[in-house]
Ligand binder design. Sequence first.
Ligand code: UFG
Length: 333
Amino acid sequence: MTVLVTGGAGYIGSHTVVELQSAGYEVVVADDLSNAKADVIDRIETITGKRPVFYKIDCADKAALRGVFENHPIDAVIHFAGFKAVGESVQKPLQYYRNNLDSTMTLMEVMEEFDCKKFVFSSSATVYGPNNPYPYKEEMPAIQSSSPYGWTKVMIERILTDYVTAHPDCCAILLRYFNPIGSHESGLLGDDPNGIPNNLMPYIGRVAAGKLEKLTIFGDDYPTPDGTCQRDYLHVVDLAVGHLKALEYAREHEGVEAVNLGTGNGVSVMELVHAFEKANNITLSYVVGPRRDGDLPAFWADASKAQILLGWKATHSVEDMCRSAWDFARNSK
Ligand code: UFG
């Protein structure tokens, strides 16, 4: 079975390619490398002993995508490619809508041309918006978000749902991720964004490595036990395995399913900072600053559907996540 992984050189995509190849799938990666490095493909080869086929293309380039489908018998697609910086999306909404929607719809059109019916989509817990109570459950109304980035996830979920309604022999799994952190046990893959990281764990990694002076904790006056925000952090390898399970499900089924991928536990920013210090025997410099616009005080997953439908459950501890994040951060240039 051949799987096209768009955005397969990125953080979650690359970990998923490793799991797919290890499970015996043929993998074709399409990535424009706009937020990833080409040597990730070498690293995947080092880990798995097999080099995925790689195309440096933009998924909105229909002719290039057609070329991929002409060259390979693609049975299913896992679609990660897309812009993902929440704050940037507020500044550049048009760029986010154009890129994320265009690439997805172009991909779907080419899949239809080549009779490819299985789609796994990289969605986000952000689709639950600011008003749903946590833990979030898949049947809650996912009709709003707090950023253009988040709205692209809401809209793409809608587009896929409408498409499968019109083509009931297709299957789309909408995977709503919580907060993936950590890295592959080899220390060769991880979250290494260009520029100053927006997300907490890569920022912590750069402070620990001495590349950034100190972490600013965005607010300690939230209505949570220690005043800092709580999130559902999950190990990126668990998340990657979740994609494998979703693909196995999609192979056997038709229709649309939204599925949360999280641990079901809330961890605060302060708890994560201390867990990182303890797991790695490091002291992190940090200060408490003002709240960041758009942050919700707390949310985590109800992860029961993933277990019932896909047979998936997160297995790594917060300590595993912190240790592996540091293994990667201290080795990256
Ligand atoms: N935080 C800090 N300091 C930092 C960075 C983050 O205190 O330098 C805090 C944030 O305020 C938040 C927590 O760490 O409380 C987690 O922040 P992240 O940026 O790592 O993650 P978010 O929960 O904000 O964002 C994640 C995904 C998005 C998704 C969003 C949905 O990265 O893709 O959840 O709410 F849209």
